[in-house]
Design a binder for this molecule. Sequence first.
Ligand SMILES: [Zn+2]
Length: 317
Amino acid sequence: MKDAEFQGLVAQLGGLSEVQRGALLEALKSKRPAAEALKLIEARFGAAPCCGHCGSHAQQPWGHASDLKRYRCKDCRRTFNALTGTPLAAAQLHRRDVWLAYGQALADGVSLRKAAKRCRIDLTTSFRWRHRFLATAQDKKARSLAGVVEADETFFLKSHKGSRKIAGRAPRKRGLSEEQVPVLIARDRSTATTDQILPDLKAETIARALDAIVARDALLVSDGAACSSYRSFANGAGILHVGLNTSAGERRWGVYHIQNVNAYESRLKQWLRRFRGVATRYLPSYLGWRRMIDREGDRLTACFCIATAAEARPTST
Ligand SMILES: [Zn+2]
């Protein structure tokens, strides 16, 4: 219902004083975002309800609870609703009225503090919600890359931000590899993108990361210090490989370059600056968030973020 229709409806209620009408309008307004968020979740789920406990599609309606339709599974006989088994399940009773606003904060990519202020929630809630709302996005990445596949590694400074065990930690030494977390990013020319946090850049580690993802008829392009690791993977898997010697100024070889993956990396790094350092343990969340922003473009709305968060996480990552 539009705002004007709402006000019209309230105006029709006779016998109310101006103050009472205002209070009613406010009360209704404050309920609406929660209702909208739930309506969206119910509509998506209702199209193909699936038991959040066992995955069965055989169920019967089982009344309502917590403002959501309840179902009973004919297989495991447990009851469930649209949020059962999703990252939002544990949050289902709290402050649904600001879920849409929080979805918008995610679509806009704002900091924790800004999201908290917008939604009038405290910083701890904002923090908890961020990781819960992003849990599904974190798992969504390209599962296969084809054609010309550009691969590159990028580094993030190890950070224990927010950790209580920070006292007694050795002072940070910049430039030392053990202080850095390598992340492999691979992107094909259809913009399918995947990334993976790696323990190191050894040939077997790179091979493990790329083996299930890169199509056997793809052409892999890489450069840099770890180039021999990519080559060794490509040789082992029978994949064509173009290794660029960028330190000698070779930025491309014919139509082959890694400018798309490099551009992705720089958008990622630039975007991460607003968070002023990301704790290493939450890096997967941020990587997933950035992939979602990059992948969805204009489709990324508050509703999209809520709908994604309310999807069950894939069981295999
Ligand atoms: Zn079931």
